[in-house]
Design a protein around this ligand. Structure first.
Ligand SMILES: Nc1nc2c(ncn2[C@@H]2O[C@H](COP(=O)(O)OP(=O)(O)OP(=O)(O)O)[C@@H](O)[C@H]2O)c(=O)[nH]1
Ligand SMILES: [Mg+2]
Ligand SMILES: [Zn+2]
Length: 307
């Protein structure tokens, strides 16, 4: 008689160096290693077999998509699989911190949006720590994110300290797998705690006087929402280069360009001082915002200069 190894289905909910936390259909979490050829990610559906005290991941199910972003050394790293929504967290400045000159990190936000669109996921843009900023700064930032609302994206003003916007955020989470991304210290883990206080994830409570963001979250971890859906916390990044994005692909990451793609006179149009460019014409007519156009050129140049 042949005995086949028993295989179980599981969801990869975290990675700790060479180990993976795999949650079974019964909710039990098993510490697994992985077969060499596989690279499991948080959010992956896997099969695993019992091995010693833990398990070994034997296969991964097809992914809907993988979010790739830079690690601490700036190298591209696959972060999570099967994401429906990227929650891009920007922190508003403290009243004292040169708040008048503050503009939220549009370069980082737009790179995340491109990555989201190319992944086939949806971005959700948060302006967090609104309790810290002056009324004038809040008003100015609400004006600034109108660009995104006009494209059809949702933006929410939030504060974990003053419990502002948390219900509105909650309403966007149901039945989706969402990953929180953004700079270190922006409040990603705090927002997840505000949604699910029972988790009590560690957040950064230091650096008030140094003013320097310190990385608090070091591992990408998936949590289940009681009302259905999952939240993934991830470590903060300083910059977000878009690896593996061909310059021709970039325009597809700008959703408002969509009606005009394919309408340019030249097939390989770079949408920059090109005769008969439908996108430039739309921008001149005010149908595409000049800020987003500038953002497109900035990212395009970065992609070309980094080879
Ligand atoms: N005033 C105020 N402080 C906040 C708010 N949200 C988060 N903070 C504080 O900001 C600091 C950083 O928050 P974290 O949640 O650790 O930030 P993070 O984005 O998870 O950071 P990394 O894990 O390093 O990427 C902590 O001291 C939080 O208490 C907010 O809405 N208002
Ligand atoms: Mg964190
Ligand atoms: Zn063009």
């Amino acid at each position: 008689m042949i005995t086949f190894p028993v295989e179980y289905n599981g969801l990869v909910i975290a990675r700790y160096s060479n180990f993976y936390a795999v949650e079974g259909e019964d909710g039990k979490i098993t510490q697994c290693v992985s077969r060499k050829k596989l690279s499991p990610l948080c959010g992956d559906f896997a099969t695993w077999e019992v091995s010693g005290d833990g398990g070994v991941i034997t296969s991964l199910m097809p992914r809907r998509g993988v979010l790739t972003r830079p690690d601490r050394r700036g190298q591209p790293k696959e972060t999570a699989a099967n994401i429906d929504q990227l929650i891009i967290v920007n922190a508003l400045p403290d009243v004292g911190d040169e708040a008048e000159n503050y503009t939220f990190n549009m370069a980082l936000t737009d790179r995340y949006i491109v990555a989201t669109e190319l992944l086939g996921a949806t971005p959700l843009i948060l302006l967090n720590k609104c309790d810290l900023a002056s009324a004038a700064t809040v008003a100015r930032m609400e004006q600034a994110v109108k660009i995104y609302q006009n494209i059809g994206y949702t933006t929410i003003l939030t504060s974990t300290k003053a419990a502002i916007g948390i219900d509105a955020l909650n309403a966007q989470l149901r039945d989706k797998t969402s990953i929180f991304v953004g700079e270190s210290g922006a409040g990603k883990s705090s927002l997840i705690n505000a949604i699910m206080p029972e988790l009590a994830i560690r957040t950064n409570e230091v650096s008030a006087h140094s003013g320097l963001g310190k990385h608090t979250t070091t591992t990408t971890v998936l949590y289940h929402l009681t009302q259905g859906g999952h939240l993934i916390d991830s470590p903060g990044v300083r910059e977000f280069g878009l690896w593996k994005v061909a310059p021709e692909q970039l325009a597809k990451g700008f959703k408002e360009f969509e009606p005009y793609l394919g309408e340019c006179r030249f097939r390989n149009c770079s949408h920059r001082r090109n005769a008969g460019c439908a996108i430039e014409t739309a921008a001149e007519a005010g149908e595409i915002s000049s800020e987003r156009m500038a953002s497109y050129y900035r990212i395009y140049d970065d992609l070309n200069s980094s080879g």
